[in-house]
Design a protein around this ligand. Structure first.
Ligand code: AMP
Length: 402
């Protein structure tokens, strides 16, 4: 086994979902992902565990009854295929939690009380928080000697002004049901807005920024002086942009209509809008590489799908320019934002009057390092900055764990 070169120790970052556990062993100083892997299909007939370290991959195909079995298998894979976790000197375990409600405005060290608070938020995130709680409990049991820290996807957006997070429904109904805009992908929006400020060499406090996190899930944020002032995801990650499989914004009356006239149940509509809509619904594919292949074959629905995607994105850019009173920096990030020059171009083309001028050559291709893609005369600096949520979680975990 190769020796690990992380003199200040490592952080194990865990993202436990309802039927999966993703993990990464991170050097929080150098930023390197030393090892990573995923347990998939927990609770199904056959589970899959994939573990990557030092250029090789180990894979197990066997039933994984629950999160406890899953994490034990991961620790076995570390022991067998490396790296040796004793030598890795884990200083903290960082857990990603999607929904922190209005309770958590920053990362916290896990205690029994914190686990109970996250459990109490299950009604707000029924798809995510139960898996997080299971992962937290198992990880604390199996790795009892290190501090565990939770980092919430919603925390960065706890600074949203009331006018931005309030839905126009009677307050009594909203309060009784904890209905408000929470926002998600906060770890990425925070990491990228800080990295963008560093990259352009200006104080974060001075900048009006729009961050476009375009992955399989996608969201936009408006950030003034390092504090989020608006974001496109709402009570749940369903609102906002068109996504891989989510519709994003839709007239709420579509739901009543589908229920009353289309005879669909609420659960069926939930599945339709979260899992069968977005680019998948429009084009038959959720992955933009496949969608571009369809466009190259002349597929009309793929062409329309891309247009719908870019149109929605452009509307949000316009809205957030208005919210911020203009922008200094607009940054693309995540799988599509970093790799898809066509989407970047379509989203910002024709906005010269608003001070946004992309440079076709600078924009071309996949971008792996922070880079300016606007022209020198563009009033707004447009960037691509790769996100790294695991590193952001690892750094917050170390900071908090001391
Ligand atoms: P993420 O959720 O950030 O991991 O982003 C995943 C998505 O990025 C995939 O579903 C693809 O749509 C998109 N993606 C990844 N690589 C490329 C690429 N080379 N070109 C276009 N889109 C890509």
């Amino acid at each position: 086994m190769n020796p690990i070169t992380a003199p200040n120790g490592t952080v194990l970052v865990i993202n436990a979902g309802s039927s999966s556990i993703k993990y990464q062993l991170v050097d929080p100083v150098g930023g390197e992902a030393i090892a990573s892997g995923i347990v998939e299909r927990i609770g199904q007939d056959v589970g899959i565990v994939t573990h990557k370290y030092a250029g090789s991959e180990a894979r197990l195909d066997q039933p994984v009854a629950d999160h406890s079995v899953g994490l034990r298998l991961v620790l076995d894979l570390f022991a067998k295929h490396g790296p040796d976790l004793d030598a890795a000197h884990i200083v903290a375990v960082g857990h990603r939690v999607v929904q922190g409600g209005a309770v958590f405005s920053g990362p916290v060290v896990v205690t029994d009380e914190v686990v109970e608070q996250i459990r109490a938020l299950v009604p707000l995130a029924p798809l995510h928080n139960p898996g997080h709680v299971a992962g937290l409990e198992v990880a604390r049991e199996l790795l009892p000697d290190v501090p565990h820290v939770v980092v919430f996807d919603t925390a960065f957006f706890q600074t949203l002004p009331k006018a931005a997070y309030t839905y126009a429904i009677p307050p009594a109904v909203a309060e009784a049901n904890q209905i408000r805009r929470y926002g998600f992908h906060g770890t990425s929006h925070e990491f990228v807005s800080k990295a963008a400020a560093e990259f352009v060499g200006r104080p974060l406090e001075d900048l009006r920024q729009i961050v476009l996190h375009l992955g399989n899930g996608a969201s936009v944020s408006a950030v003034r002086g390092g504090r989020a002032v608006d974001t496109s995801m709402g009570l749940t990650p369903l609102e906002g942009l068109v996504m891989g499989t989510r519709s994003g914004d839709i007239d709420p009356a579509v739901i009543f209509h589908l229920h009353r006239e289309g005879k669909m149940s609420i659960d069926e509509i939930d599945t339709l809008l979260n899992k069968q809509s977005g680019m998948l619904g429009l084009t038959g594919e959720s992955d933009f590489r496949a969608i571009h292949d369809l466009v190259a074959e002349g597929d009309a629905s793929a062409v329309l799908g891309l247009e719908v995607y870019a149109h929605r994105l452009k509307k949000y850019v316009g809205a957030y320019l208005a919210v911020l009173g203009g922008a200094d920096v607009i940054t693309f990030t995540a799988g599509i934002g970093e790799n898809d020059d066509v989407v970047r171009w379509q989203a910002l083309a024709g906005l010269e009057e608003l001070g946004i001028e992309l440079d076709a050559d600078l924009n071309a291709g996949r971008i792996k390092q922070p880079k300016v893609i606007s022209t020198p005369s563009s009033r707004v600096t447009v960037l691509v900055v790769p996100t790294n949520e695991e590193l952001a979680i690892a750094r917050q975990a170390v900071e908090l764990a001391g």
